[in-house]
Design a binder for this molecule. Structure first.
Ligand SMILES: O=C(O)CCC(=O)C(=O)O
Length: 266
């Protein structure tokens, strides 16, 4: 067991856990930062452009005065395309905790390197991850969010609503009504030092603020599911290519992290 009984009970009650153990060394952080910078700058091109998204204000044209690193909002599926990021998704220090939370057969659904660039990083508004991914049944993800820079309130750290996962999936049209309900706990910011992480339940409401500071706030979100999960596919072809890493229809398998494949499942 990686988690104490208290930590596990905290996660079950509040839907998140700020983890007290370091999961990346200084050297690993530096290597991951440099790798992300090389990809963004185009010095490495093993991540297809489809998986690199700019902040909205840079999507409609050139802005030669802003360096790319200050324009990219996120990169997805790095763990599938890049060895260094893939190794983070398989790290025992992280996966041992995931096993405590979801069981022994573990797959990675997806990963997002949220770049939250200095000066330009925008808000990621309140959401439940599992609701955004209705093609899985049951809709139960557990995520590990690893800080690659110090994440603070000022540069847009994660903020959670403790216990919100206990209310189940809330459809988007009811989100604001739900969030205004006084039965909910107060939003709680979770500041995290580089190399440390937090875990959150797929139904926990969370958001991150804008980053108007001069310090970067990169965070790697690793989204895990049970290998027993049913995958119902994605009809829209563009969305499917993103989900299934550009593989031809029928050829993609989600990444087995630990335990066994379950025939007919993800
Ligand atoms: O890092 C961010 O800005 C957002 C992360 C997030 O929403 C998640 O990990 O689910």
């Amino acid at each position: 067991m990686a988690l104490s009984a208290e930590q596990k009970a905290f996660f079950q009650e509040y839907g998140y856990l700020k983890y007290d153990k370091r999961v990346l060394s200084e050297n690993e952080i530096t290597a991951l930062q440099q790798r992300s910078e090389a990809i963004v700058a185009g010095r490495l091109n093993h991540l297809p452009p489809r998986f690199i998204q700019l902040e909205a204000k840079f999507r409609n044209g050139d802005d030669p005065n802003t360096e790319m690193l200050d324009k990219v909002r996120k990169m997805t599926q790095l763990c599938y395309f890049d060895d260094l990021f893939g190794a983070v998704a398989k790290k025992a220090a992280i996966v041992d905790v995931i096993e405590d939370l979801i069981g022994t057969n573990i797959k990675l659904y997806t990963d997002q390197l949220m770049m939250k660039p200095r000066f330009n990083g925008t808000v990621t508004d309140w959401h439940q991850d599992s609701v955004a991914w209705p093609m899985f049944a049951p809709q139960e993800h557990v995520s590990c969010w690893v800080a690659l820079d110090d994440a603070t309130v000022d540069n847009g750290c994660m903020t959670v609503i403790p216990g919100s996962h206990q209310w189940g999936p809330i459809s988007r049209e009811y989100r604001d009504v739900f969030l205004a309900n006084p039965l909910l706990a107060q939003p709680t910011p979770v500041e995290i030092k580089a190399g440390y992480c937090m875990f959150h339940h797929g139904l926990n409401f969370h958001r991150t603020g804008a980053n108007s500071t001069a310090s970067r706030r990169r965070g790697l979100a690793l989204h895990y599911i049970r290998a027993e999960t049913m995958y119902m596919g994605v009809a829209d072809e563009e969305a499917r290519l993103l989900t299934e890493c550009e593989k031809p229809r029928g050829e993609f398998r989600f990444m087995l992290i630990r335990g066994q494949e379950c025939p007919g499942r993800v």
